[in-house]
Write a protein that binds this ligand. Structure first.
Ligand SMILES: C[S@@+](CC[C@H](N)C(=O)[O-])C[C@H]1O[C@@H](n2cnc3c(N)ncnc32)[C@H](O)[C@@H]1O
Length: 331
Protein backbone atom coordinates (compact mmCIF):
# COMPACT_ATOMS: atom_id res chain seq x y z
CA UNK A 1 0.00 0.00 0.00
CA UNK A 2 1.49 3.35 -1.04
CA UNK A 3 1.77 6.30 1.34
CA UNK A 4 -1.51 8.19 1.76
CA UNK A 5 -1.95 11.78 0.65
CA UNK A 6 -4.81 13.29 2.65
CA UNK A 7 -4.44 16.62 0.83
CA UNK A 8 -5.25 15.15 -2.57
CA UNK A 9 -8.71 16.14 -3.84
CA UNK A 10 -10.96 13.23 -4.79
CA UNK A 11 -12.56 13.66 -8.23
CA UNK A 12 -16.35 13.57 -8.21
CA UNK A 13 -18.21 11.10 -10.44
CA UNK A 14 -20.96 13.22 -11.97
CA UNK A 15 -22.52 10.26 -13.77
CA UNK A 16 -23.65 8.15 -10.85
CA UNK A 17 -26.54 8.01 -8.40
CA UNK A 18 -25.59 7.49 -4.78
CA UNK A 19 -27.13 4.96 -2.41
CA UNK A 20 -26.73 4.00 1.22
CA UNK A 21 -27.98 0.51 0.67
CA UNK A 22 -25.58 -0.85 -1.89
CA UNK A 23 -23.03 -2.55 0.31
CA UNK A 24 -23.37 -6.20 1.27
CA UNK A 25 -24.54 -6.88 4.78
CA UNK A 26 -21.95 -8.66 6.86
CA UNK A 27 -23.42 -10.08 10.04
CA UNK A 28 -21.38 -11.41 12.92
CA UNK A 29 -22.93 -13.70 15.50
CA UNK A 30 -22.19 -14.10 19.17
CA UNK A 31 -22.62 -16.93 21.61
CA UNK A 32 -23.74 -16.30 25.12
CA UNK A 33 -22.23 -17.78 28.27
CA UNK A 34 -23.70 -17.46 31.75
CA UNK A 35 -21.60 -15.15 33.91
CA UNK A 36 -22.12 -11.83 35.63
CA UNK A 37 -20.00 -10.02 33.04
CA UNK A 38 -22.50 -11.23 30.48
CA UNK A 39 -25.38 -9.32 32.02
CA UNK A 40 -26.46 -6.43 29.87
CA UNK A 41 -28.10 -3.09 30.44
CA UNK A 42 -30.92 -1.77 28.22
CA UNK A 43 -31.68 1.87 27.44
CA UNK A 44 -33.61 3.63 24.65
CA UNK A 45 -34.19 0.31 22.92
CA UNK A 46 -30.49 -0.57 22.72
CA UNK A 47 -28.31 -2.95 24.77
CA UNK A 48 -25.19 -1.74 26.62
CA UNK A 49 -22.34 -3.31 28.59
CA UNK A 50 -23.01 -4.08 32.26
CA UNK A 51 -19.42 -4.52 33.46
CA UNK A 52 -18.36 -1.02 34.62
CA UNK A 53 -21.83 0.05 33.54
CA UNK A 54 -22.17 3.48 31.96
CA UNK A 55 -18.50 3.90 31.07
CA UNK A 56 -18.80 3.53 27.30
CA UNK A 57 -21.72 5.29 25.59
CA UNK A 58 -22.16 3.01 22.56
CA UNK A 59 -24.33 -0.14 22.53
CA UNK A 60 -23.10 -3.71 22.13
CA UNK A 61 -26.17 -5.42 20.63
CA UNK A 62 -26.40 -7.32 17.35
CA UNK A 63 -27.15 -4.13 15.44
CA UNK A 64 -23.93 -2.57 16.76
CA UNK A 65 -22.02 -5.75 15.95
CA UNK A 66 -23.22 -5.52 12.34
CA UNK A 67 -21.91 -1.95 12.26
CA UNK A 68 -18.56 -3.13 13.61
CA UNK A 69 -18.35 -5.64 10.75
CA UNK A 70 -18.64 -2.76 8.28
CA UNK A 71 -16.09 -0.74 10.25
CA UNK A 72 -13.66 -3.64 10.07
CA UNK A 73 -14.16 -3.93 6.33
CA UNK A 74 -13.69 -0.19 5.90
CA UNK A 75 -10.49 0.05 7.96
CA UNK A 76 -9.05 -2.76 5.82
CA UNK A 77 -10.28 -1.39 2.48
CA UNK A 78 -8.64 1.97 3.11
CA UNK A 79 -5.19 0.40 3.50
CA UNK A 80 -5.47 -2.05 0.62
CA UNK A 81 -6.78 -4.99 2.65
CA UNK A 82 -4.11 -4.96 5.34
CA UNK A 83 -4.82 -5.34 9.05
CA UNK A 84 -2.15 -2.92 10.26
CA UNK A 85 0.33 -0.26 9.14
CA UNK A 86 3.12 -0.60 11.71
CA UNK A 87 6.25 -2.40 10.43
CA UNK A 88 5.80 -5.21 12.93
CA UNK A 89 7.57 -7.84 10.86
CA UNK A 90 10.58 -5.66 10.03
CA UNK A 91 12.88 -6.96 12.78
CA UNK A 92 11.08 -10.12 13.90
CA UNK A 93 7.68 -11.78 13.63
CA UNK A 94 5.49 -10.85 16.58
CA UNK A 95 5.06 -13.50 19.28
CA UNK A 96 2.50 -11.73 21.46
CA UNK A 97 -0.18 -9.35 20.22
CA UNK A 98 -2.78 -7.46 22.29
CA UNK A 99 -6.00 -5.99 20.88
CA UNK A 100 -7.59 -3.54 23.31
CA UNK A 101 -11.32 -2.82 22.89
CA UNK A 102 -11.52 -5.81 20.55
CA UNK A 103 -15.33 -5.59 20.12
CA UNK A 104 -16.52 -8.65 18.19
CA UNK A 105 -12.88 -9.77 18.02
CA UNK A 106 -12.88 -9.88 14.24
CA UNK A 107 -9.48 -8.15 13.90
CA UNK A 108 -7.91 -10.41 16.56
CA UNK A 109 -9.30 -13.54 14.89
CA UNK A 110 -7.91 -12.53 11.50
CA UNK A 111 -4.52 -11.70 13.05
CA UNK A 112 -4.54 -15.14 14.71
CA UNK A 113 -4.95 -16.70 11.30
CA UNK A 114 -2.32 -14.43 9.76
CA UNK A 115 0.22 -15.09 12.52
CA UNK A 116 -0.52 -18.71 13.56
CA UNK A 117 2.63 -18.88 15.71
CA UNK A 118 1.75 -15.76 17.67
CA UNK A 119 -0.51 -15.54 20.71
CA UNK A 120 -3.29 -12.98 20.29
CA UNK A 121 -5.13 -11.58 23.30
CA UNK A 122 -8.26 -9.43 22.93
CA UNK A 123 -9.88 -7.49 25.79
CA UNK A 124 -13.11 -5.53 25.98
CA UNK A 125 -15.75 -4.26 28.40
CA UNK A 126 -18.31 -6.35 26.51
CA UNK A 127 -18.20 -10.15 26.20
CA UNK A 128 -19.36 -10.14 22.58
CA UNK A 129 -16.54 -12.23 21.09
CA UNK A 130 -17.22 -15.70 19.67
CA UNK A 131 -16.12 -18.65 21.83
CA UNK A 132 -14.97 -20.65 18.83
CA UNK A 133 -11.64 -18.81 18.54
CA UNK A 134 -8.54 -20.64 17.27
CA UNK A 135 -6.16 -21.91 20.00
CA UNK A 136 -3.75 -18.98 19.56
CA UNK A 137 -6.45 -16.38 20.25
CA UNK A 138 -8.25 -15.70 23.52
CA UNK A 139 -10.52 -13.01 24.83
CA UNK A 140 -11.40 -11.65 28.21
CA UNK A 141 -13.42 -8.86 29.75
CA UNK A 142 -11.32 -6.01 31.08
CA UNK A 143 -11.46 -2.24 31.42
CA UNK A 144 -8.57 -0.69 29.49
CA UNK A 145 -8.58 2.26 31.88
CA UNK A 146 -7.72 0.04 34.86
CA UNK A 147 -4.24 -1.35 35.47
CA UNK A 148 -3.69 -4.19 33.02
CA UNK A 149 -3.21 -7.60 34.58
CA UNK A 150 -0.18 -8.69 32.51
CA UNK A 151 3.19 -9.39 34.08
CA UNK A 152 6.51 -8.20 32.63
CA UNK A 153 7.05 -11.74 31.27
CA UNK A 154 3.85 -11.31 29.29
CA UNK A 155 4.99 -8.14 27.46
CA UNK A 156 3.72 -7.70 23.89
CA UNK A 157 5.43 -7.19 20.55
CA UNK A 158 2.47 -5.28 19.21
CA UNK A 159 -0.53 -3.57 20.83
CA UNK A 160 -3.44 -2.68 18.58
CA UNK A 161 -6.37 -0.37 19.25
CA UNK A 162 -9.15 0.49 16.82
CA UNK A 163 -12.18 2.78 17.09
CA UNK A 164 -11.84 3.11 20.87
CA UNK A 165 -12.72 6.81 20.81
CA UNK A 166 -15.33 7.56 23.46
CA UNK A 167 -14.00 4.76 25.69
CA UNK A 168 -10.90 6.38 27.17
CA UNK A 169 -10.82 9.44 29.43
CA UNK A 170 -7.04 9.87 29.65
CA UNK A 171 -5.36 8.80 26.42
CA UNK A 172 -1.87 9.75 27.60
CA UNK A 173 -2.19 7.48 30.64
CA UNK A 174 -3.56 4.77 28.34
CA UNK A 175 -0.65 5.11 25.89
CA UNK A 176 1.84 5.12 28.76
CA UNK A 177 0.33 1.90 30.06
CA UNK A 178 0.60 0.38 26.56
CA UNK A 179 4.26 1.48 26.49
CA UNK A 180 4.97 -0.28 29.77
CA UNK A 181 3.41 -3.51 28.43
CA UNK A 182 5.44 -3.49 25.21
CA UNK A 183 8.74 -5.27 24.77
CA UNK A 184 11.60 -2.87 23.94
CA UNK A 185 11.34 -2.37 20.16
CA UNK A 186 7.62 -3.33 20.19
CA UNK A 187 4.97 -1.30 18.38
CA UNK A 188 1.66 0.30 19.33
CA UNK A 189 -0.92 1.17 16.67
CA UNK A 190 -4.11 3.17 17.14
CA UNK A 191 -6.52 3.29 14.21
CA UNK A 192 -9.19 5.96 14.64
CA UNK A 193 -11.45 8.11 12.47
CA UNK A 194 -12.13 11.78 13.04
CA UNK A 195 -15.57 12.24 14.53
CA UNK A 196 -15.99 15.03 11.99
CA UNK A 197 -17.21 15.23 8.40
CA UNK A 198 -15.60 17.44 5.73
CA UNK A 199 -15.69 17.99 1.98
CA UNK A 200 -13.24 19.45 -0.55
CA UNK A 201 -15.92 21.43 -2.35
CA UNK A 202 -17.83 22.83 0.63
CA UNK A 203 -20.90 20.62 0.06
CA UNK A 204 -20.72 19.40 3.67
CA UNK A 205 -22.03 22.84 4.67
CA UNK A 206 -25.36 21.98 3.00
CA UNK A 207 -25.83 19.33 5.70
CA UNK A 208 -26.81 21.84 8.37
CA UNK A 209 -28.21 19.31 10.85
CA UNK A 210 -25.13 17.10 10.46
CA UNK A 211 -22.90 20.12 11.23
CA UNK A 212 -24.89 20.86 14.35
CA UNK A 213 -24.89 17.18 15.32
CA UNK A 214 -21.12 16.79 15.10
CA UNK A 215 -20.57 19.91 17.24
CA UNK A 216 -22.97 18.50 19.86
CA UNK A 217 -21.28 15.10 19.65
CA UNK A 218 -17.96 16.75 20.41
CA UNK A 219 -19.27 18.86 23.29
CA UNK A 220 -21.40 16.10 24.85
CA UNK A 221 -18.58 13.52 24.68
CA UNK A 222 -16.27 16.09 26.33
CA UNK A 223 -18.87 16.64 29.06
CA UNK A 224 -19.20 12.86 29.40
CA UNK A 225 -15.43 12.78 30.02
CA UNK A 226 -14.48 10.59 27.04
CA UNK A 227 -14.05 12.69 23.94
CA UNK A 228 -14.93 11.16 20.57
CA UNK A 229 -12.87 13.37 18.29
CA UNK A 230 -9.37 12.47 19.44
CA UNK A 231 -7.73 11.00 16.31
CA UNK A 232 -5.71 14.10 15.30
CA UNK A 233 -4.16 14.32 18.80
CA UNK A 234 -2.89 10.73 19.00
CA UNK A 235 0.51 11.24 17.38
CA UNK A 236 1.34 14.12 19.75
CA UNK A 237 0.30 12.07 22.79
CA UNK A 238 2.51 9.20 21.62
CA UNK A 239 5.52 11.52 21.30
CA UNK A 240 4.83 12.97 24.76
CA UNK A 241 4.62 9.42 26.14
CA UNK A 242 8.17 8.59 25.03
CA UNK A 243 7.48 6.60 21.87
CA UNK A 244 9.89 6.76 18.92
CA UNK A 245 9.21 6.62 15.17
CA UNK A 246 5.72 8.08 15.55
CA UNK A 247 3.84 8.00 12.24
CA UNK A 248 0.31 9.20 11.49
CA UNK A 249 -0.86 7.78 8.14
CA UNK A 250 -4.02 9.70 7.27
CA UNK A 251 -6.48 8.42 4.66
CA UNK A 252 -9.39 10.39 3.26
CA UNK A 253 -12.46 8.16 3.34
CA UNK A 254 -15.25 9.27 1.00
CA UNK A 255 -18.79 9.03 2.35
CA UNK A 256 -20.99 7.95 -0.56
CA UNK A 257 -20.35 6.59 -4.03
CA UNK A 258 -19.62 10.06 -5.40
CA UNK A 259 -15.90 9.59 -6.28
CA UNK A 260 -15.01 8.93 -9.93
CA UNK A 261 -12.21 6.52 -9.05
CA UNK A 262 -13.72 2.98 -8.80
CA UNK A 263 -11.69 2.02 -5.73
CA UNK A 264 -12.72 5.17 -3.87
CA UNK A 265 -16.30 4.70 -5.07
CA UNK A 266 -16.35 1.25 -3.42
CA UNK A 267 -14.81 2.64 -0.24
CA UNK A 268 -17.35 5.46 -0.30
CA UNK A 269 -20.26 3.01 -0.44
CA UNK A 270 -19.05 1.25 2.69
CA UNK A 271 -18.18 4.63 4.24
CA UNK A 272 -21.73 5.85 3.75
CA UNK A 273 -23.37 2.77 5.26
CA UNK A 274 -20.94 2.99 8.17
CA UNK A 275 -21.65 6.67 8.88
CA UNK A 276 -25.40 6.22 8.42
CA UNK A 277 -25.37 3.31 10.86
CA UNK A 278 -23.19 5.22 13.33
CA UNK A 279 -25.59 8.11 13.87
CA UNK A 280 -27.97 6.28 16.22
CA UNK A 281 -25.43 4.53 18.47
CA UNK A 282 -23.36 7.71 18.80
CA UNK A 283 -26.41 9.83 19.57
CA UNK A 284 -28.74 8.00 21.96
CA UNK A 285 -26.78 7.75 25.22
CA UNK A 286 -24.98 11.10 24.91
CA UNK A 287 -28.14 13.01 23.94
CA UNK A 288 -30.25 11.51 26.73
CA UNK A 289 -27.69 11.03 29.52
CA UNK A 290 -25.63 14.18 28.94
CA UNK A 291 -27.68 16.69 26.96
CA UNK A 292 -30.98 15.90 28.67
CA UNK A 293 -33.03 15.12 25.57
CA UNK A 294 -35.88 12.63 25.79
CA UNK A 295 -35.52 9.35 23.99
CA UNK A 296 -37.96 10.55 21.34
CA UNK A 297 -36.12 13.84 20.80
CA UNK A 298 -32.80 11.99 20.46
CA UNK A 299 -34.41 9.70 17.88
CA UNK A 300 -35.64 12.74 15.96
CA UNK A 301 -32.05 14.00 15.78
CA UNK A 302 -31.00 10.62 14.42
CA UNK A 303 -33.71 10.68 11.76
CA UNK A 304 -32.94 14.23 10.66
CA UNK A 305 -29.18 13.69 10.38
CA UNK A 306 -29.74 10.42 8.53
CA UNK A 307 -32.14 12.13 6.11
CA UNK A 308 -29.39 14.64 5.24
CA UNK A 309 -26.89 11.84 4.64
CA UNK A 310 -29.18 10.55 1.89
CA UNK A 311 -28.62 13.78 -0.05
CA UNK A 312 -26.54 12.62 -3.04
CA UNK A 313 -25.19 16.09 -3.84
CA UNK A 314 -22.92 15.97 -0.76
CA UNK A 315 -19.29 15.03 -1.48
CA UNK A 316 -18.29 14.41 2.11
CA UNK A 317 -15.36 12.55 3.58
CA UNK A 318 -13.96 11.53 6.97
CA UNK A 319 -10.25 11.35 7.82
CA UNK A 320 -8.97 7.99 9.07
CA UNK A 321 -5.76 7.94 11.12
CA UNK A 322 -3.47 4.91 11.43
CA UNK A 323 -1.06 6.10 14.10
CA UNK A 324 1.81 3.83 15.09
CA UNK A 325 4.93 4.19 17.17
CA UNK A 326 7.70 2.13 18.74
CA UNK A 327 8.94 1.66 22.24
CA UNK A 328 12.65 2.44 21.86
CA UNK A 329 14.86 -0.67 21.81
CA UNK A 330 17.09 0.66 24.60
CA UNK A 331 14.29 1.63 27.03
C1 LIG B 1 -16.37 0.92 18.19
S1 LIG B 1 -15.97 -0.57 19.01
C2 LIG B 1 -14.55 -1.13 18.08
C3 LIG B 1 -14.29 -2.60 18.24
C4 LIG B 1 -13.04 -3.14 17.54
N1 LIG B 1 -11.83 -2.50 18.02
C5 LIG B 1 -13.14 -2.97 16.06
O1 LIG B 1 -12.46 -2.09 15.50
O2 LIG B 1 -13.92 -3.72 15.43
C6 LIG B 1 -15.22 -0.02 20.52
C7 LIG B 1 -15.05 -1.13 21.51
O3 LIG B 1 -14.27 -0.65 22.58
C8 LIG B 1 -14.79 -1.18 23.79
N2 LIG B 1 -14.39 -0.29 24.89
C9 LIG B 1 -14.76 0.99 25.08
N3 LIG B 1 -14.18 1.48 26.19
C10 LIG B 1 -13.43 0.48 26.71
C11 LIG B 1 -12.61 0.36 27.86
N4 LIG B 1 -12.44 1.38 28.70
N5 LIG B 1 -12.00 -0.83 28.10
C12 LIG B 1 -12.18 -1.87 27.25
N6 LIG B 1 -12.95 -1.81 26.15
C13 LIG B 1 -13.58 -0.66 25.88
C14 LIG B 1 -16.27 -1.23 23.56
O4 LIG B 1 -16.90 -2.13 24.44
C15 LIG B 1 -16.36 -1.64 22.10
O5 LIG B 1 -16.44 -3.01 21.95
Amino acid sequence: MSQPNPNERIQVDTSDEDSVCDADSIADSTLSINSSVRDYYYENGRRYHAYRQGLYPLPNDEEEQDRLAFIHHLFRLLIGGDLYRAPITRDRRPERILDIGTGTGVWALEMAEYFPDAEIVGTDLSPIQPNFAPPNCRFFVDDAESDWAFTQDEAFDYIHVRALCGGIADWKRFLQQAYSHLKPGGWVEVQEYDAWVWSDDGTHEQAVKLQEWQKLLDSSSLMFGRRMNIAPALAGWMRESGYANVTDDIYKCPVGSWPKNPRLKEIGRVGKVTLYDAIEPYTLALWTRVLGYSSQEAQEWVDQVRAELLNTSLHTHVMFHYVYAQRPVDR
